[in-house]
Design a protein around this ligand. Structure first.
Ligand code: NAG
Ligand code: NAG
Length: 439
């Protein structure tokens, strides 16, 4: 009997190992080697060059990772077959550039290796049922976790708002000690992965869920506040970034035969089209009309369903170590001063617990810190839905251990995931406590 049991047991273990292997091979397959990219750093000296740079970026349709300003260099990703053109144009304009990562495929490969190692190190749930935050999880794995919570915790309700063009339900959870029936409580709405490639925001949002459900250390946050958490706002884009093209950011709807996808964070019905691209091949493409995308409408409808109750909206993105508020036009909302002060407090508490000099947050209006934008989720939340405190938190890029270089933008070494998650949680708490007490 005993040996029969143990052979069945072994058999199950093998099946499980095989299953894990297949899941990982499917989720983290190699991107197409034909599409090679080089990452450049660009430096500008004055406002005139900033202008030339942004015109060139538009003309060559470059993937801008971060915008260069005098005193702050920027990063652009250039397809290998456009490198000559890029270098000639930039030299002619007198803009300095240097190669940061010669071959991005090597970096993606390294990331894949590290993620596999991280997944092998520990189990995907701890004893409390918390999901591991030292690794990435696929769309299906995140859904499985949300389903577990929905079944096991009376405070959690799993809901679906729309289905993507590739057929993935857009799932979110509500966390509440009173099933959202007590209208005197404020609602805090957190979303992440509106851009497919901004992976670091996933462990960050999952940690917040752990702290509100499976590993509660601040009971009052669950008692006094109702939470809405949308961990994967762009399921198709995230899936495609994980399986095909690491740097993919838009959704995957076929709007144009040549170029797929819409930037959801430019698709909202607020100043639509003013500071975005009408070129379907651009990462900044705003879509065929405002709210043309189901992902956009899902976020909109979650806001409408909770109209008047959402006091804090946090859109977790990467990268840049910034806490940003509207409006994308550069105009400030009427509560601009207090919006800034709360942003500062969120940044300060984070900087206090992790005194890592080079990832201190910058707080400010998005147009002042980065550049003008339109059709964004935070502007829609602020202007159309009257959510008084709406921020985009751009998480740090973190040092990458020096293997390839020190700052690889969207590619974050899994050993920094926990730090990212814990510091962001401190910031989220500050914002949530503020709206509970004063908003
Ligand atoms: C909570 O509310 C939702 C609808 O908003 C409902 O479907 C669900 O059954 C409720 N749960 C409980 C435990 O009452
Ligand atoms: C489970 O939660 C408790 C209470 O928050 C905590 O002290 C403990 O470390 C957690 N266990 C694990 C395995 O994380």
């Amino acid at each position: 009997m005993n040996s029969e049991y143990s052979s069945i047991h072994n058999y199950k273990m093998i099946i499980k190992a095989l299953y894990l292997f297949i899941v990982f091979s499917l989720v983290f397959t190699k991107p197409n080697p034909e599409n090679g990219f080089t990452l450049y750093e660009v430096a500008v000296k004055n406002v005139r060059q900033v202008k030339i740079l942004s015109e060139l970026e538009r003309k060559l349709n470059l993937d801008v990772w971060s915008h260069a300003l005098p005193k702050r260099s920027g990063r652009v990703l250039v397809p290998k077959d456009q490198r000559m053109l890029f270098e000639n144009e930039f030299s002619a304009a007198g803009i300095e550039y240097k190669v940061i990562v010669q071959n991005m495929e090597e970096l993606f490969e390294l990331e894949r290796k590290r993620l596999l190692e991280a997944a092998e190190r520990s189990s995907s749930r701890d004893d409390n049922g918390s999901i591991a935050i030292d690794r990435m999880h696929s769309y299906d794995e995140v859904n499985a976790f949300l389903e577990e919570l929905d079944k096991q915790y009376p405070t959690v309700n799993l809901l679906t708002q729309g289905t993507t063009s590739e057929g993935r339900p857009i799932n979110y959870i509500r966390i509440s000690s009173s099933n959202f029936t007590d209208y005197t409580k404020p609602v805090v709405f957190i979303q992440s992965l509106i851009q497919g490639r901004e992976w670091i925001s996933l462990p960050v949002v999952l940690h917040a869920i752990n702290k509100l459900v499976t590993d509660v250390t601040e009971e009052d946050l669950v008692k006094d506040i109702d939470w809405i958490i949308l961990p994967i706002a762009n399921p198709d884009g995230y899936h495609y970034s994980s399986t095909n093209s690491r740097q993919w950011t838009k959704n995957r709807r076929i709007v144009d035969q040549e170029c797929i996808g819409v930037n959801i964070d430019r698709n909202f019905g607020i100043n639509f089209g003013d500071y975005s691209s009408d070129n379907p091949c651009s990462d900044n493409y705003h879509g065929t009309s405002e709210e043309s995308e189901v992902e956009t409408r899902s976020i909109r409808d979650i806001m409408i369903l909770n109209q008047g109750r959402i006091k804090l909206f946090l859109n977790l993105q990467s990268f840049g170590s910034q806490i940003l508020y509207g409006l994308g036009t550069g105009d400030l909302p009427s509560n601009g001063l207090i919006l800034h002060l709360i942003g500062m407090q969120m940044a300060t508490v984070k900087n206090e617990i992790f005194t890592c000099k080079d990832d201190d947050y910058v707080v400010g209006n998005v147009a002042a810190v980065l550049e003008k934008e339109s059709g964004s989720a935070i502007d829609y939340a602020t202007v159309v839905r009257n959510i008084p405190y709406s921020y985009t938190i751009r998480l740090p890029s973190y040092a990458n251990g020096g293997t390839v270089n020190n700052d690889n933008g969207y590619i974050v070494d899994p050993r920094y995931f926990k730090k990212a998650a814990e510091e962001a949680w401190e910031a989220i708490k500050v914002g949530a406590e503020f709206v509970r007490d004063f908003a």
